[in-house]
Write a protein that binds this ligand. Structure first.
Ligand SMILES: C[S@@+](CC[C@H](N)C(=O)[O-])C[C@H]1O[C@@H](n2cnc3c(N)ncnc32)[C@H](O)[C@@H]1O
Length: 312
């Protein structure tokens, strides 16, 4: 594996909102290069860190990065929505903190063979876990036209979704679309004005949509945030960093629902559900990276951090 390069976003903000304590138990559901995990371990004594990643390459890198803390660390190849089962296997009931830094790492984006980027020619793969599931090529070559258009529209907010889907279906009747460069060219040709130079590549939204779909990223976020809140002890904190509005909207709504408690219809004069809030929202507005960080790490420009604290 090439050297793992990924600059952790908002390191100071993660420490500020997660507030890791000596002796606490923390779960990093998106280990990546383990930059955030390392911060938690360096800033506490006797704490324990459970790290998860669905990408075996990230686990390999994290194992090396966290070697000096190996007595306090337990790393697992798993998706973060499986955190409950992993903790059960370790005999851990509750956590003091749960961290999610969503999306792909720079390492995944920049490794041509992974097929995440239209900047490099590679097999159209895009699976964060290359050991299982459908590849982006499977989706592009097998999904019907209506489903393709829906994927591009829902997950990429692509206004030419139908036109692109039609073009893909027509093209694959001649030969399969197997490479990132094939798809990028095809999208560019399908979009009106796609040939003109522009600040963002015309295939950006289609690539984002396929990546989200192939990795069920939105389903993972919805389940992961719920699981994370359920696993916190009172006073424990969940911190989530998202990178696009689709993810952030899910996080924001889930936080709001769990912070509201009562789910009775507004027409009922008296609460009948007797549900009380189980979290307090700590960040009324999403927190953005500071300007100096954005200057050093352009990836942090789109990051939005939200945090909650478990009440009961
Ligand atoms: C943005 S990187 C995390 C970087 C990390 N915080 C650091 O400081 O180095 C996201 C990582 O989360 C992993 N990932 C994304 N979705 C996941 C999921 N549902 N379950 C487990 N890992 C996931 C990716 O494979 C990637 O390695």
């Amino acid at each position: 594996m090439a050297a793992f390069s990924h600059l952790s976003v908002m390191p100071n903000e993660v420490l500020h909102w997660l507030q890791p304590k000596n002796g606490g138990i923390y779960l990093d559901g998106t280990l990546g290069g383990a930059g955030h995990s390392r911060l938690i371990l360096e800033n506490t004594t006797d704490s324990q860190l459970i790290g998860l990643d669905r990408d075996p390459e990230a686990l390999e890198a994290a194992t090396a990065t966290l070697e000096e803390f190996s007595g306090r660390v337990s790393l697992h190849h798993a998706t973060f929505d499986q955190a409950g089962n992993i903790l059960q296997g370790l005999g851990i009931e509750f956590l003091d903190g749960f961290l999610l830094d969503l999306g792909v790492s720079s390492h995944q984006l920049d490794t041509p063979g992974r097929g995440f980027s239209f900047q490099q020619d590679a097999p159209l793969d895009m699976r964060m876990n290359p050991l299982s599931g459908e590849t982006a090529a499977d989706v592009v070559n097998l999904a019907d036209e209506v489903d393709l258009a829906r994927i591009f529209f829902e997950y990429g907010e692509e206004r030419y979704s139908r036109r692109i889907a039609r073009k893909i279906v027509k093209r694959r009747e001649e030969r399969a679309i197997e490479r990132t460069s094939d798809l990028a060219r095809l999208v560019r040709d399908a979009i009106p004005g796609g040939q003109k130079p522009s600040r963002i590549h015309p295939a950006t939204r289609v690539f984002q949509a396929l990546r989200i779909y192939v990795n069920d990223e939105l389903g993972q976020v919805a389940r992961g945030v719920d699981v994370g809140i359920n696993l916190l002890r009172p006073g424990g904190r969940l911190v989530v960093i998202s990178f696009h509005s689709l993810e952030d909207r899910i996080v924001k709504h889930l936080f709001r629902d769990r912070a509201r408690g009562c789910v009775c219809p507004p027409r009922l004069p008296v609460c009948q559900c007797h549900q009380s809030p189980d979290i307090k929202i700590l960040t009324r507005k999403g927190i953005k990276a500071a300007e100096d960080e954005v200057a050093k790490n352009p990836r942090s420009r789109s990051a939005i951090l939200r945090a909650v604290e478990r009440l009961t």
